[in-house]
Design a protein around this ligand. Structure first.
Ligand code: FES
Length: 156
């Protein structure tokens, strides 16, 4: 299925050159959730670039992921302002509650965790984001409440 989506995206860029690499990878990730080895090879063939080069570029940018994201992708900001406002405690709490570390996904595929640099919401620190929604938090208990609400919703 991810392969079909990749083919369709590449078909939309028939004469793409290497300057289209990042937008193409972004589009594939947006549609498929992450990049696979097969994706990297296909994009390389399409752009006439070695797969190793594509992989090197994709790993340079931390916006790209090579593991499937969870249904709920939790991003915790660990930029300077958030760090000063207690982000480290939120990260520890998230890792404890979800039993995963940065870049991992829970076994049931429900949650994935990403620690990121400044999310551009420094006036609301510490801040987390789940599937595009921002939550300024004051402490770890609020993080627990948010995750509990998601689990309750999912178990309905
Ligand atoms: S440092 Fe966290 S939003 Fe800027």
């Amino acid at each position: 299925m991810a392969s079909d989506a990749t083919d369709k995206i590449l078909e939309k860029h028939p004469d793409a050159r290497r300057d289209k690499l990042i937008p193409i990878l972004q589009e594939i990730q947006e549609n498929c959730g992450y990049l696979t080895e097969e994706t990297i090879v296909k994009v390389g063939q399409h752009l006439h670039l070695p797969a190793s080069k594509i992989y090197g570029i994709a790993t340079f940018y931390n916006q790209f992921t090579f593991i499937p994201r969870g249904r709920y992708h939790l991003r915790i900001c660990h930029g300077t302002s958030c760090h000063a406002s207690g982000a480290r405690a939120l990260i520890r709490e998230a890792e404890k509650l979800l039993k995963i570390a940065h870049g991992e996904t829970t076994r049931d595929g429900m949650f994935s965790l990403e620690i990121v640099a400044c999310m551009g919401a420094c006036s609301r620190t510490p801040v987390i984001e789940i599937n595009g929604e921002y939550f300024p938090l004051t402490d770890s208990s609020q993080l627990r409440e948010i995750l509990d609400r998601i689990l309750q919703k999912e178990n309905r």
